[in-house]
Design a binder for this molecule. Structure first.
Ligand code: SDX
Length: 435
């Protein structure tokens, strides 16, 4: 932008007397916005922004991203500091309430969440309806959506207490639902949650433990799990969060909205990328095959993407990728894994891509998904569980954004328009008169 910061934006339709002047709205940080809500009435035209790359859908106080310099902040706190010093339930409190909790608030919040981790016994029956080889994300979509059939006491979205209890229930139950989805696929008994463990410890326990023997918590792995959950907790108005907001704008109950978010996250362009990265790395197989793979990527006709690279907002390194890369090394060291061929391959792929003009010109850098799959695989998670873990972590972000939407007096039902380029009006033709 030029030197002085403009205070208004004026749009005129050439050749007409129609014009619209609106104030520029400035946020705490990041791009200013201009309010186009009066545009259609004033000018008779819509804006056109497929993929919403230049559109602010809402005002939010939750997460700030500066994609040009690679900044991510939850309620103003840099992700690096939260990763270093916080824990996932504290980050949940921060995202939901806007401030870090004091010791009393933290204890009450943690108790509230950890005492909602069990599922209604009838919900166990839902799992039997799935094939054993069902993808965990299919199970997550189904079972989370079904929660609305069990909690009629907290479906009133206009009641703050209902919203609060739904938030607790969703944050508390998604790990149980995800861990049971895994146990079901391997035919092992479901492990009930344990309220004496931390959130991350409890998830690892439900995922790994069996009734026949004690389960020993590995503090390095539970710390890594907690860190991965912090890094995935929220990320501004990404596709799945926008899905949750759009569903929430109709008045749908929070369980249905979060199920919609899970479905949206599943796509390989979004949360499904961590699973796709592992498949990509195993398809490449060896560092010697990297040049051929990258030439496939550059040949658009192949529709081959360098999965785990690129981002709609980050045109610099995704700060989460850097943190996860370090955690990868810590976990592999703890597990005594001297050289992980996938990690070695990923690091060589990253090095080559970051020096390749094709990727440099397009500002394509590793995103959170590039390394997350490697650390999850090293921790013993099957590839099919990677996106389910993303959903477990992102549930607090979705519910925080949903809560902000419901409490925002300016929010209305989301209803985008279009530019119509189909057939002009024409008369019906009887079948015996058609060509
Ligand atoms: C997540 O939005 C969020 O915040 C999401 C997320 C979150 O926490 O919620 O951060 C999580 O979803 C991370 C992204 C995970 N997805 C992947 O890693 C899949 C691979 N990435 C691409 O599919 C892609 O980069 C997207 C979907 C992430 C972004 O798509 P855009 O915004 O449409 O890409 P772009 O406009 O920046 O692309 C610019 C150019 C294009 O080429 P040209 O037309 O200019 O020639 O770069 C190309 C794109 O074709 N490009 C890629 C590429 N990503 C973009 N080419 C090869 N490989 C890629 N990965």
């Amino acid at each position: 932008m030029s030197g002085t910061t403009p205070k208004t934006v004026t749009i005129t339709l050439d050749g007409t007397n129609r014009k619209l002047t609106v104030p520029l709205m400035a946020g705490t940080a990041g791009a200013d916005v201009f309010d186009i809500r009066k545009m259609y009435n004033a000018l008779g035209v819509f804006t056109y922004d497929p993929g919403y790359g230049a559109t602010a859908s809402c005002e939010s106080k939750i997460t700030y991203i500066d994609g040009d310099v690679g900044v991510l902040q939850y309620r103003g706190y840099p992700i690096e500091q939260l990763a270093d010093s916080s824990n996932f339930l504290e980050v949940c409190y921060l995202l939901l309430n806007g401030e870090l909790p004091n010791a009393k608030q933290s204890a009450e919040f943690n108790k509230g969440v950890m005492h909602h981790t069990m599922l209604h016994e009838q919900i166990r029956q839902f799992y039997n309806g799935f094939r054993r080889d069902a993808h965990p994300m299919a199970v997550m979509c189904g079972v989370v959506g079904a929660l609305s059939a069990f909690y009629h006491d907290s479906l009133d979205i206009n009641d703050p207490e209902s919203r609060r209890i739904s938030a607790f229930r969703l944050i508390a139950k998604v790990p149980t639902i995800a861990a049971w989805a895994y146990k079901y696929t391997i035919g092992q008994p479901f492990m009930y949650p344990r309220n004496d463990l931390t959130y991350a410890e409890n998830f690892l326990y439900m995922f790994n433990a069996v009734p026949t023997e004690d389960y020993k918590i590995n503090p390095v792995l539970s710390r890594a799990m907690d860190l991965i959950m912090i890094l995935h907790a929220d990320h501004e108005q990404n596709a799945s969060t926008s899905t949750v907001r759009l569903a929430g704008s109709t008045g749908a109950n929070p369980f249905a909205c979060i199920a919609a978010g899970i479905a949206s996250l599943w796509g390989p362009a979004h949360g499904g990328a961590n699973e796709a990265v592992l498949k990509m790395l195993s398809d490449i197989g060896h560092v010697d095959n990297i040049p051929e793979f990258l030439s496939d990527v550059k040949d658009k006709g192949n529709h081959t993407k360098l999965m785990g690279f690129g981002h709609r907002v980050y045109k610099n390194y995704d700060p989460r990728a850097k943190i996860i890369q370090q955690a990868c090394h810590d976990v592999l060291k703890e597990l005594g894994i001297k050289g992980d061929p996938l990690l070695d391959l990923a690091m060589e792929l990253e090095k080559i891509a970051l020096n390749d003009p094709y990727f440099v010109e397009r500002k394509l850098y590793p995103n959170v998904d590039f390394y997350s799959g490697i650390i999850l695989k090293a921790m013993g998670f099957p590839v099919s569980m990677f996106t389910a873990l993303f959903a477990v972590s992102r549930t607090v972000g979705w519910i925080s954004q949903w809560q902000e939407l419901i409490e925002d007096p300016e929010q209305r039902i989301g209803r985008p328009r279009q530019i119509y380029t189909g057939a002009a009006e024409r008369a019906y033709v009887a079948v015996d008169k058609r060509g």
